[in-house]
Design a protein around this ligand. Structure first.
Ligand code: PLP
Length: 324
């Protein structure tokens, strides 16, 4: 219904809507402008938001900087699935030096492992991790990892892809020392696809002018435009934003993230119990299993058939989007 209203991209009502969405997201993240945080909306799917952050918050580095003795920025990706790998691919395309620590997709990086990795590699300037790895449904300890990073070196920039966790799982930007947290319109907040957003610690964002390796995905420039004019630099996804404002209101009405988490946990339990009663087994250990995605082992039974291109022995069920 909200999408049936056609607002112009530079209409005063659209500007008002953009302000409401940015403020609503800061509130959902438990922060505010007054406490030093900014919400930057980026057109495109979630990947565009992550790429906008990765490509905009790492200083550019080339022969001139090398000659001047400036150390090369070094991005550490803690990966236990496809989205961690995607962050590493972004570094490769953008020409950012990176190291990937890879865990099995059924395991999680621990704070101690991260501390050890940082002690062994003091050149690390940025760390990226996925909050809820949608590949398997595993939930990573972004708080413990953030504290370990901060203890190792408070100047390290900490980036969390919370695409499929934010809105249901809590994110404490301040306590977990998160500099950038990225999510999108169409996961747990249940809007329609069309944009992503980053909640950013302003004190760092302010230092990143001119870092971007892309014009359209320049996070700092996008922030300045949204703040100075309440408008996007380029055409915004007007209908997706209108739907999202309604989705935000429904999120608040459901009791914020605790309310949403309770519903997803209930759904996940119904799913799990039902699957168990039919003899299906889950892929992950309960200790690391989130409630958003349940990965199920395909039974070895002639009566079971699940069309799957890769021929793997898994299928995924998602409580917010349905069967993947
Ligand atoms: C969905 C998702 C993304 C972004 O995927 P898009 O298809 O670009 O929206 C990134 N990271 C995680 C963890 C995701 O679940």
């Amino acid at each position: 219904m909200a999408m049936l209203r056609d607002l112009g991209s530079r209409d005063a009502q659209m500007e008002q809507l953009i302000v409401e969405v940015r403020d609503g997201l800061l509130e959902m993240a438990g922060v505010s402008k007054a406490r030093g945080y900014e919400c930057v909306i980026v057109q495109g799917s979630g990947t565009f938001g992550v790429e906008s952050v990765v490509g905009s918050v790492v200083p550019r580095w080339g022969p001139e900087e090398a000659a001047a003795g400036v150390p090369e920025p070094h991005f550490l990706v803690l990966s236990n699935g496809a989205y961690g790998k995607r962050m590493a691919s972004m570094c490769d395309v953008l020409g950012i030096r990176r190291t990937v620590l890879q865990w099995d997709e059924r395991l999680v990086p621990t704070a101690d492992e991260v501390s050890a990795a940082l002690a062994a590699e003091p050149s690390i300037t940025h760390v990226g991790v996925v909050h809820h790895e949608t590949t398997s449904g595993v939930l990573n300890d972004i708080d413990g990892i953030g504290k370990a990073i901060h203890a190792a070196n408070p100047d390290i920039v900490y980036i969390v892809d919370s695409m499929s966790a934010f809105g249901a799982y809590p994110v404490d930007m301040e306590a977990s020392h998160i500099d950038y947290m990225v999510s999108s319109a169409n996961k747990n907040i249940e809007g329609v696809p069309g944009f992503s957003f980053a909640v950013c610690r302003r004190a760092h964002l302010e230092t990143t002018k001119g870092f971007a390796r892309s014009l359209a995905l320049d996070l700092h420039a996008q922030w300045r435009s949204l703040d100075d004019t309440a408008q996007f630099r380029f055409t915004p996804p007007t209908h997706a934003l209108a739907a999202f404002r309604q989705a935000l209101r429904e999120h608040v009405a459901e009791g914020g993230w605790p309310g949403r988490l309770a519903r997803y946990q209930h759904n996940a339990k119904v799913l799990k119990d039902g699957l168990a009663s039919m003899g299906f087994k889950l892929y992950l250990d309960d200790a690391v299993q989130g409630c958003i995605i349940s990965t199920v082992l395909c039974p070895d039974d002639p009566k079971f058939s699940f069309q799957c291109e890769s021929g793997t022995c898994l299928f995924l069920l998602c409580v917010c989007c349905g069967l993947l």
